[in-house]
Structures are given as structure tokens and as C-alpha cells.
Design a protein around this ligand. Structure first.
Ligand code: NAG
Ligand code: NAG
Ligand code: NAG
Ligand code: NAG
Length: 353
């Protein structure tokens, strides 16, 4: 065999090796930079109690009472959980310090270290519209606060250009609709209104200069422990299905509006499928086991009471499970530390939780 016959094969082989090498490189890059595809340096969070890390004021929130916070940080910290919530896990995932809560960070000076940490504008009870909790700022007001900080130049254009946002408004609008005795017939129209407002909100965040926005889809709305019957819960959840399909469609459209639509600005955080996977498997494979995933760890002992309630004479009006680690739901609505860990391990498989 002479060399001229060999050369094409040799080149071919080199090309294969080279392309494999490229693939490995690309793979390494996505592993390192995660879903966002670049090294995010600042995290902004807008949302409700699933994301709040202490904004909701003391007197109105159970999150400031025992036993909230018993796993982390050991005492109540304003988180609606026994420990970490979504914001904490997301910050950990992108290897950033936890964003400071707006309540403490609102007077921050431009360029300070505190500002660099990013900020959490989420309030327990928030929706895109006014909810049953009147004092709680809706998503638009949360974004107004962000815009105000930008006008004060608390964040430089470079800070913003390497920032990501998490938008997590997942159900208080529907709770408010039910409390206002909204009709079943009127519900689809209301869902359209909510999703339309979410899309306006996330686009506004992006237009303010944030590089990418991660948007939470709705979890199943009928599987809160308080609504679960002995037969389980109805996972054929038309409300959540309509909400999520409209939201997905809207986000895809927003992504396609961009000239460079390979670099997607809007990403989805699919709580619906994460929850269902956890319910079905009684946990997240290799991460957690929840023998009764639809039961809450901390519940009121009498109707009308909930986790954290005490009577006027200081009597406990709730019961607490022995091992919060073996529960997905912390109270009738919120997720345990271990529950959130499981959700993140499912939705961001390159994470190490
Ligand atoms: C949010 O709340 C503010 C203040 O209460 C209100 O003016 C605004 O209309 C609300 N936004 C939406 C979208 O409902
Ligand atoms: C933002 O960062 C990207 C990538 O690093 C860069 O290409 C782009 O020009 C920057 N945009 C601004 C407004 O600084
Ligand atoms: C909703 O209906 C219930 C009972 O039918 C009633 O007691 C309540 O006042 C109504 N709430 C509103 C906001 O209309
Ligand atoms: C889900 O519910 C709708 C009506 O609410 C029904 O038409 C549909 O067949 C159900 N799907 C499943 C898989 O049960």
C-alpha cells in the first residue's frame, strides 16, 4: 500500500477524531455553564412563596414562625419550607451566592458587593395580578422595584449583560380567582389573561437588559395535600395544562422573535413534570425517597389551622413529622428542602444536588 492510497483514510480518521473532540468540548462547555450556556454572574428573582427567601413581612407570614426553617438555617428565615427553596438551589446551581432579599437590599449603593449578589424580589402570596393578600406586591410591582434600582445605576450594563432572572409565579392568581367565586366557564379566559400577563412580565425583564430568563411552569394545581382525597389527586389537570401549553407557546414565540434564535432568551422550568415524576416514583431516583409524596410534613391539627399556628395561650395547633427529609410537601402548599433538591435534580440533571 502506498501513501497516496492511505492519505484519504488518514484524513477521514482525523476528521472523525476532530469532530469527536469538538463534541466533547461542547459537552464540557454545557456542563460547566449549565442550562444558561454562559457563566451567569448575577441572579434576579421574581415570584411568590416558592421563591421568596425572606421578603414577606413578619406579622403576616407563617414563614417567620416555628417550625419553618428547622432544617436550614435552623430557625425561621422567611422561607416557606423547612430549609432551602428554589432560589437557593438555583443560586447554588449557577455557583453564585444567594441573592439578597429586596427588603434588605433596596437601599444598596451602585457597585457594592451586596449589589453584585443579585436580588430576590419574590414575595409569598404574589401573583401577576392582585391576589387575596392585598399588601403583597404583584409581579409588575416587583419588576418596578428592579427598574428603580437600574435607574439608580445599582447594576452596571456589564452586570446586567451577565445576569439571569428566575420568574416563578405559580398559582396565587388562581387561588384568588377561586376565592372570588370565579365561575368554571370563566376560567379558561382568566388563564389566558394570567399567561398573557406573565409573558408581558418576562419580556419586560428581558428588555431591561437581563440576558436570560428562566420561567417556571405551573405545577399540578389539584395535588396540594389539602386537596388530595384518599384516592390520590387528579393529575389530569386541565387548568395547569392550559396554563402551561399557552405559556410554552408564548415563550417559544418570544424566542423565535429574536434574530439569533439559537441563543434562546427564555427557558422553561417544568414544575409540572417534575412534580408528577416525583409522585409517580415516590421520590427522585438516587436523590430522595418520599413514601407518601402527597402528604405534608407539617399540618394543622384542626380544620382552619395550618403549620405554624399557635393558640392565644400558646398551644401548638399543628403536628410536625419526625423526618422532613422523607416528605416532599412541607405544609399544605410548600415543598421541603429535600423536595426542592429532588425537583432540581430532575430538571437540571447536570446539577449535583
Ligand atoms: C399590580 O399592582 C399595582 C399596585 O397595586 C397595580 O397598580 C397594578 O395594576 C397591578 N398590576 C397588574 C398587572 O394587575
Ligand atoms: C453581552 O455579552 C455578550 C457575550 O459576552 C456580548 O457578545 C455582547 O456584546 C454583550 N452586550 C452588551 C450590551 O454588553
Ligand atoms: C363566595 O361564595 C361564598 C358562598 O357561596 C360566600 O360566602 C362568599 O361571600 C363569596 N365570596 C365572594 C368574594 O363573593
Ligand atoms: C381529562 O379531563 C378531560 C375533561 O376534563 C377529559 O375530556 C379527558 O378525557 C381527560 N383525560 C384523561 C387522560 O383522563
Amino acid at each position: 500500500m502506498n501513501i497516496t492510497k492511505l492519505t484519504p483514510w488518514f484524513l477521514f480518521l482525523c476528521l472523525i477524531l476532530l469532530s469527536d473532540y469538538r463534541k466533547v468540548k461542547a459537552h464540557e462547555r454545557t456542563q460547566k455553564d449549565g442550562i444558561f450556556g454562559f457563566k451567569a454572574k448575577t441572579l434576579f428573582v421574581f415570584g411568590d412563596s416558592y421563591a421568596d427567601t425572606g421578603n414577606t413581612p413578619f406579622p403576616i407570614a407563617a414563614s417567620w414562625r416555628f417550625p419553618y426553617g428547622i432544617t436550614f438555617p435552623g430557625s425561621p428565615s422567611g422561607r416557606f419550607s423547612d430549609g432551602h427553596v428554589s432560589t437557593d438551589y438555583l443560586a447554588k446551581y449557577i455557583r453564585l451566592r444567594r441573592p439578597i432579599v429586596y427588603k434588605w437590599g433596596r437601599y444598596t449603593l451602585p457597585g457594592s458587593q451586596v449589589a453584585r449578589r443579585g436580588m430576590n424580589f419574590a414575595y409569598g402570596g404574589a401573583g401577576v395580578f392582585q391576589t387575596i393578600y392585598e399588601v403583597v406586591p404583584n409581579a409588575s410591582v416587583q419588576i418596578d422595584s428592579f427598574e428603580h434600582l437600574l435607574r439608580r445605576n445599582v447594576y452596571s450594563p456589564a452586570d446586567l449583560n451577565s445576569s439571569v432572572a428566575f420568574f416563578s409565579i405559580v398559582g396565587n392568581d388562581y387561588l384568588a380567582y377561586a376565592r372570588r367565586n370565579g365561575t368554571k366557564q370563566g376560567r379558561p379566559a382568566f388563564i389566558r389573561k394570567v399567561v398573557k400577563q406573565i409573558l408581558l412580565d418576562v419580556k419586560r425583564i428581558k428588555d431591561l437588559g437581563v440576558r436570560k430568563v428562566l420561567v417556571a411552569l405551573s405545577p399540578p394545581q389539584k395535588c396540594w395535600p389539602s386537596l388530595v382525597t384518599p384516592k390520590g389527586c387528579d393529575t389530569n389537570d386541565t387548568l395547569a395544562h392550559l396554563h402551561n401549553s399557552l405559556l410554552r407557546g408564548g415563550l417559544v414565540k418570544l424566542n423565535n422573535e429574536k434574530v439569533d434564535n439559537n441563543d434562546k432568551s427564555f427557558l422553561m422550568f417544568d414544575l409540572y413534570n417534575a412534580f408528577l415524576t416525583i409522585f409517580k416514583n415516590k421520590g427522585a431516583p438516587g436523590v430522595s425517597k418520599f413514601p407518601e409524596p402527597l402528604k405534608a410534613c407539617c399540618v394543622g391539627t384542626k380544620p382552619g389551622h395550618s403549620c405554624g399556628d399557635i393558640s392565644l395561650i400558646g398551644e401548638k395547633l399543628f403536628s410536625l413529622c419526625k423526618d422532613p427529609k422523607s416528605f416532599f410537601f412541607w405544609d399544605n402548599v410548600h415543598i421541603t428542602d429535600q423536595g426542592w433538591r429532588s425537583v432540581f435534580s430532575l430538571l437540571l440533571p447536570d446539577s449535583k444536588f
